[in-house]
Design a protein around this ligand. Structure first.
Ligand SMILES: Cc1ncc(COP(=O)(O)O)c(C=O)c1O
Length: 385
């Protein structure tokens, strides 16, 4: 092993949790916080300027997704976008059955569970295999018999990276007249999106997952779906979402998505190489490691690794943090205060392992991976001595 690097050089490999802001996004946002600070609902010059920035941002995002500007509703992030799609399709579109999977983000799962507890819908969970994949035949079987149905299945899983074929799911939904909501929070800005060719009714995006600001996102709502606002008390967003718009955040998000899509191929190659390199280095240095999720078809940004158990999960994460490595951990068991990961539990992951999610971004560099390997090696040695 090489000479250790001081721990004050931290390595951030938690980009699925959030990404650092691109400086070009920050530059685009600055004048909107200080100079063009108007409220887009005001009719004076400052207000009109803010309104034009708002609508330009909407057009930019819509054209990147190949949809109409009127199909984009700005929200406070992915959670609000998911909530709006699910709650409002029940309230406004008469949904009575929701088909989903046990590995969805809690913004989806908890919302559906709550609606079921309120007695307004029935929830139907699909099975997932050990890689987190659904079975299209099971989906079709359920969709074909359930009336007034919404299917909510994410594009890319945030914990294990498994990807759903949203084109195929959309086709099944269309065939049986079901609505389709997909959480695209982990894929937006990382995969080309053409919603015009996909049968999708709702899709959620969040700026902080593609090097934009936190606390801002959007919901794509296909034109034919007329939904009431989830937040009431103002006519903003053409009556779809009350509340003064986060203009700087929205413009920053539009800039971030524009940059992400323009530079997608370049960034993707870089990140794919980083993931492949870390994977190989881990195989070279640690015996008995395994990779979680669908390793054949996964997010190129996420690598979920199962390590032999050297420490309880939370202590392993703590050690990594102490050694200057920022990652996420999950465990497959729910014990005491530790609720574990519902995703790892759902795919039947072994209980006696340490699971670490490494997630990469465009600002990571290959040298950082060597540091990570050195430090994890050191933690293993310390535990084994
Ligand atoms: C798949 C997925 N959906 C939804 C969210 C929530 O997004 P936000 O943090 O913008 O509310 C996240 C964030 O971790 C996510 O990974």
């Amino acid at each position: 092993m090489e000479t250790p690097t001081p721990y004050n050089k931290r390595v951030y490999l938690d980009n699925a949790a959030t990404t650092p802001m691109d400086e070009r996004v920050f530059e685009a946002m600055k004048p909107l916080l200080i100079t063009h600070f108007g409220n887009p609902s005001s009719i004076h010059a400052e207000g009109r300027k803010a309104k034009s920035i708002l609508e330009q941002s909407r057009k930019t995002i819509a054209s990147l997704l190949k949809v109409s500007a009127s199909e984009i509703i700005f929200t406070s992030g992915g959670t609000e976008a998911d909530n709006t799609a699910i709650r409002m399709s029940v309230k406004s579109l008469g949904v009575k059955n929701i088909i989903t999977s046990p590995i969805e983000h809690h913004a989806v799962l908890h919302t559906i569970e709550e609606l079921e507890q309120e007695g307004v819908i029935k929830m139907h969970l699909l099975n997932v295999d050990s890689k987190g994949k659904i079975n299209a035949a099971e989906l079709e079987e359920k969709v074909s018999v359930l009336p007034h149905c919404l299917v909510s299945l994410m594009h890319g899983n945030n914990e294990i990276g498994t990807i759903n074929d949203i084109a195929a799911i959309g086709n099944i939904c269309k065939q049986y007249n079901a609505l389709f909501h997909t959480d695209t929070v982990q894929t937006m800005g990382h995969f080309p999106m053409d919603f015009n060719t996909l049968n999708i009714d709702f899709a959620a995006g969040s700026a902080h997952k593609f090097n934009g600001p936190k606390g801002v996102g959007f919901l794509y709502v296909a034109k034919k779906n007329k939904i009431a606002p989830m937040l009431t008390g103002g006519g903003q967003e053409r009556g779809h979402r009350a509340g003064t718009e986060n203009i700087a955040g929205i413009a920053g998000m539009a800039k971030a998505l524009d940059l992400s899509i323009a530079e997608l191929e370049k960034d993707k190659v870089k990140i794919e190489n980083l993931k492949a390199q870390l994977k190989q280095e881990l195989i070279n240095h640690f015996e008995g490691i395994e990779f979680m999720g669908d390793t054949e078809n996964a997010l190129y940004t996420v690598l979920n690794v199962s390590f032999p158990p050297i420490l309880p999960s939370d202590l392993f994460l703590f050690q990594l943090d102490l050694h200057g490595i920022s990652v996420s951990a999950g465990s497959a068991c729910a014990s005491g205060a530790n609720q574990g990961s519902h995703v790892l539990q759902a795919i039947g992951a072994k209980h006696d392992r340490n699971y670490i999610r490494f997630s990469f971004g465009k600002f990571n560099e290959a040298e950082e991976l060597k540091i990570v390997i050195d430090r994890i090696y050191k933690i293993f040695q310390e535990q084994q001595s």
